[in-house]
Design a protein around this ligand. Structure first.
Ligand code: MOS
Length: 732
């Protein structure tokens, strides 16, 4: 189905199932431990052996020699595959560093061997017997030091960003020089780790030249194509299966070393092999969100109208890597006739930087939205009012492109009202509660809404049950449930008459899970397939599909009512389709918006920061399942607390690796860090986004939170920290 005109009224608008707060249909499997994650797929292939991955102990250089003799002779060992036995493998989609093969080491903990044994313990013990002789070379590990040599660079084929190396509208420098009120500040964000609960893991089995990977991956169609490229085998010979994913946050958008080494280990051992990356390898072998240095300049009239805005971001990556697109939101969030955004990339020999939840906007808003708070203060304006005054309903760089739907102002006004913003004392450091200095802060949230084609197959059986099959994944987000809701609504069935099968590359290719595009696009694909199934049912019953009403498990036409299962009596009925998009999203800018509000207490003696309450008001089109959407948003808000207060991969600048490479050293918020959170969704639909009229919301919950918290800390203390995370040493 081609979607190229705004959606009219359709069966989804009945909202009998869609749009209702619905428990996860997979919840019972997860809470009872019966949802099989990749490393637990004991039943899919018999006689599985265990692979243990060894990472390089240098950050740059060459492997001169590997002596695997003792490891090979160790108890239980079936095979040892080393990087010197293997020619350098191809790169998969958006892989910028070699995953395996050859002597060259590009980053610390690049995989250099996999040891396969009967048990995990035997494989691990033998791995420590592998002797490696390195020829190390000097590397570059310090972003601040390399920033001078950073080169202008566009976003390239990254994850949906439209940023060029430098984008200009009007005359920024002239307007900034003339502006009566200006700000020119630099903000820094650190490297961050996805730190998902389930590490990267894969069970691999070969049948002749066919490879099956039971794995944990967000993007099955990309993964299938990537595995074929990496091994130089036909795509038809590769199958990926990933029905449950224990978190990804972008770290599992791509095929990583677990999949590659499970496959190589399985080939060498002649048996299925399972591999999970250890926690240190998740930090240093896989990808991370790169650190940024961001300069923001804003010029405004005395009454708070922005006349000039510039955002320049420098990040680092391996030579083939891409920049963090931290300037993206600044193109679109506020009006202003004179604009400049630019990105520069420094060469660093740290592990590969790549997408992490809301790549671009998450760190970009951490800078821009502190700058807006600082500007509001210079102008003597309320920060909410300053943002509202500079709202725009068109792309400020291309005024002929309106937003499909934009209610940032609604988010900010409702948020201010619900949060009690009017009671805020605008003078910092004035509010005390015992030994706590108390402050409130806010920020705008923004994340683009991306449209990408998505397919599904639906089958109706004689019992009147509909089975949906798509390679869409559920990374903890609730995909199973919104897909079931969509099919139930379309076919006039209760939710328990829909079965959803996800994550298998034998199913039609979907949008996958990334960039908060999964919910809207994947359900739109299911919608398209259900439209075809409705037509097939009507045709089988000899009724006009335009008059057919699907409700209460029946198809009705005139005074005829046939149970849905009867229509499928002979051999069932199935239909498959893909939603594809015309150029609606080229003519219109599609984005999602939020107002984030945070109250903190800062200990007057120790400067410990405690969050007291948080509110997010989100405008993201139709909310398909308010319950799981809320979970997504509070998860994002929690991640925003981590980004503001504690998350930081500490770089060893001599040896070139992330030191705190485990969940003891890499701090993320725990329950005790997170108090009351409230989420409000504006009641809206976006008929430009898809027949579902929904948009993404899973990343929006994070976007802006860090700055709202930093602004609250400033309001509490009068200390302006521009260097994340806001650890207490920066406040004393
Ligand atoms: Mo997200 S960083 O696209 O999984």
């Amino acid at each position: 189905m081609k979607f190229d005109t705004p959606a009219g009224t359709n069966p989804i608008d009945q909202l009998k199932v869609v749009g209702r707060a619905t428990d996860r249909i997979d919840g019972k499997y997860k809470t009872t431990g019966t949802a099989p994650y990749a490393y637990e797929r004991h039943d899919v292939a018999p006689n599985q052996a265990y692979g243990y991955v060894l990472g390089a102990g240098i950050a740059k250089g060459r492997v001169r020699a590997i002596d695997a003799g003792a490891a090979t002779r160790a108890p239980g060992v079936l095979a040892v595959v080393t990087t010197l036995d293997t020619p350098k493998l191809g790169l998969g989609r958006m892989n910028y560093a070699t995953l395996f093969g050859g002597a060259e080491i590009q980053h610390y903990h690049q995989a250099i061997a996999v040891v396969v044994a009967e048990t995990f313990e035997q494989a691990r013990a033998a791995a420590f017997l592998v002797r490696v002789d390195y020829a190390p070379e000097a590397g570059r590990f310090d972003l601040a030091a390399e920033a001078k040599s950073a080169k202008p660079v566009g976003a390239g084929s990254g994850e949906g960003s439209g940023s060029g190396a430098e984008d200009r509208t009007g005359d920024f420098e002239g307007a900034f020089a003339r502006a009566p009120v200006t700000l020119d500040e630099t903000y820094t964000t650190p490297d961050e780790s996805h730190a998902m609960m389930e590490p990267h893991a894969t069970v691999a089995a070969w049948q002749g030249d066919k490879l099956t990977l039971w794995t944990s991956n967000q993007m099955i169609a990309w993964g299938k194509e990537s595995v074929a490229k990496i091994f130089g085998i036909p795509k038809e010979n590769v199958r990926l299966d990933s029905p449950y994913v224990g978190g990804g946050f972008g770290g599992k958008l791509f095929v990583r070393a677990d999949a590659v080494l499970a496959a190589l280990g399985a080939r060498a051992a002649g048996r299925p092999v399972k591999v999970a990356l250890t926690r240190p390898l998740v930090a240093n072998n896989t990808t991370h969100r790169p650190a940024t240095l961001q300069r923001v300049r804003i010029g405004a009239t005395k009454d708070g109208v922005i006349t000039a805005i510039a955002h320049e971001s420098t990040s680092g990556n391996l030579p083939e890597g891409r920049p963090e697109t931290a300037v993206d939101q600044t193109k679109l969030l506020y009006a202003g006739a004179n604009r400049l955004t630019a990105m520069r990339l420094a060469h660093l020999d740290l592990p590969e930087g790549n997408a992490m939840r809301a790549p671009g906007e998450a760190p970009g808003l951490m800078a821009l939205e502190i700058a807006m708070d600082e500007m509001a203060e210079k102008l003597g304006l309320d920060p909410v009012e300053f943002r509202i005054r500079n709202d725009t309903q068109v792309d400020p760089g291309k005024p002929e492109r309106p937003f499909s739907h934009r209610d940032l102002v609604g988010c900010l006004r409702l948020g201010a009202d619900r949060f009690g913003w009017a009671r805020r004392n605008p003078t910092p450091g004035q509010v005390r509660d015992g030994h706590w200095l108390v402050g409130v802060g806010m920020a705008a949230g923004f994340r683009n809404n991306l449209l990408t084609k998505s397919g599904a197959r639906v089958r109706l059986d004689r019992a009147g049950t509909v089975t949906v099959e798509t390679d869409m994944t559920d990374i903890g987000t609730g995909s199973y449930t919104i897909i079931a809701q969509t099919a139930a609504e379309m076919m006039g069935l209760p939710l328990d008459r829909v079965v959803v099968r996800l994550g298998d590359s034998d199913h039609p290719a979907s949008a996958g899970s990334g960039g908060q595009w999964g919910a809207n696009n994947a359900t739109a694909g299911v919608y398209a397939a259900c439209v075809k199934l409705r037509e097939a049912v009507a045709q089988r019953l000899g009724i006009n599909s335009a008059d057919a009403v699907f409700a209460d498990g029946e198809v009705r036409s005139g005074n005829r009512a046939v149970p849905l299962g009867e229509a499928a009596a002979q051999g069932g009925l199935s239909a498959e389709d893909t939603i594809e998009y015309g150029d609606l999203s080229k003519k219109q800018q599609q984005s999602t918006f939020a107002g984030h509000f945070v109250e903190v207490g800062v200990d007057v003696d120790t400067a410990e920061v405690r969050v007291r309450r948080m509110l997010a008001v989100c405008a993201a089109g139709r909310i398909l399942n308010p319950k799981s959407a809320r979970s997504q948003v509070i998860g994002g808000m929690t991640m925003g607390v981590g980004a503001a207060l504690m998350e930081e991969l500490a770089v060893d600048k001599r040896r070139g690796f992330f030191v705190n490479h485990d969940l003891a050293g890499y701090e993320v918020p725990v329950h005790a860090d997170i108090p009351h959170q409230e989420v409000v969704f504006l009641d809206e639909v976006d008929p430009m986004s898809s027949p579902m009229k929904a948009k993404g919301v899973g990343e929006l919950g994070l976007c802006g939170v860090g700055a709202a918290l930093a602004n609250a800390v400033y309001n509490a203390t009068g200390v302006r920290v521009r260097d994340y995370p806001l650890t207490l040493d920066k406040l004393l």
